[in-house]
Design a binder for this molecule. Sequence first.
Ligand SMILES: Cc1cc2nc3c(=O)[nH]c(=O)nc-3n(C[C@H](O)[C@H](O)[C@H](O)COP(=O)(O)OP(=O)(O)OC[C@H]3O[C@@H](n4cnc5c(N)ncnc54)[C@H](O)[C@@H]3O)c2cc1C
Length: 312
Amino acid sequence: MQKSVAIVGGGVSGLTCGVVFAERGFSVKIFAEQIGTHTTSGAAGALWFPYDAEPAEKVIPWALATYKVLVELANNPRSGVSMIELRQYCRSGKIEIPDWASVISSEVERSLDISGSIFSSGFSIRVPLTDTTVYLDYLADRFQKAGGKINGNIRFENLDDVKGDLVINCAGIGARELAHDVDLEPHRGQVVLVPKMENLECAIVCDDDPLMYVIPRASDCLFGGTNEVSDNLNPDPATTKAIVSECACVLKIDNPRVVRERVGLRPFRKSGVRLEKEKLSDGRTVIHNYGHGGSGFTLSWGCAENAFDLAS
Ligand SMILES: Cc1cc2nc3c(=O)[nH]c(=O)nc-3n(C[C@H](O)[C@H](O)[C@H](O)COP(=O)(O)OP(=O)(O)OC[C@H]3O[C@@H](n4cnc5c(N)ncnc54)[C@H](O)[C@@H]3O)c2cc1C
């Protein structure tokens, strides 16, 4: 009989692992407290861009593997994935173009016009954007079509309690308690959703302090952001105000109306993304796949494939 696989976590990591295992014939169930758009994954800007995750020697290969899959998915309008021009800026000095940029695109524009802007230098590159309002449902749907089952509103205190021949732990920041991992640090991010901007066709990011990004999506526009060590899931009104004015200033527009504020905890792991096997107390295997920090979407397919290799 085929082995049963139980995945803890219904964010991008759990759903992507679910698709990879279910489409290869495994009997897979996802168990999670929250599913899809209700998770940290649902709060993300979800651009493909390696950020706030370690270690680079593993993160970049996982990111490049994911890039290939997302580029393919961008051909399917129902996936919520599209290719977008990302303009990356800094506020002082000359921006450094990462080495991986030349691997993924020959279309890197090495020097952006910054005249009249608050920036000192920038580059642009085409990258996948996953619109979380569509993509997480797409993954859940694809998983279920491959025979997978999703069980929400379930919270585990212990991985030994998860039923399945093989357990995959995709609990994000929840792995701090579930896997007793003191290395996990919540990198809190607050974002603000504003109405769709018809004329905006590129994403704009500056990760100097204050971190700012503007991401146009199918039916709204996402303004960010923050990155601080904190567990507070409540949006802070002063932060919302600051985010909106900084983004509006960059776009040279009046402050737009706030549609929604969201907060998520990036699961940053000081010793690096945890993708490895361990034995549960009854001898079953658990594969840990968490700690993707600010790159959960960027690493999702590379890590899910790696988890599959570990299982086989
Ligand atoms: C503001 C913001 C912007 C971001 N922008 C980007 C970006 O542009 N690009 C990018 O690649 N990444 C980005 N990220 C990072 C990305 O969102 C995360 O890395 C990713 O969501 C992590 O996904 P995950 O599935 O591992 O965890 P999560 O999405 O947190 O999912 C964890 C799952 O585990 C479940 N769970 C946890 N504990 C338990 C338990 N004890 N019992 C049962 N279930 C449990 C939860 O309910 C949930 O279903 C951003 C994050 C934030 C906050």
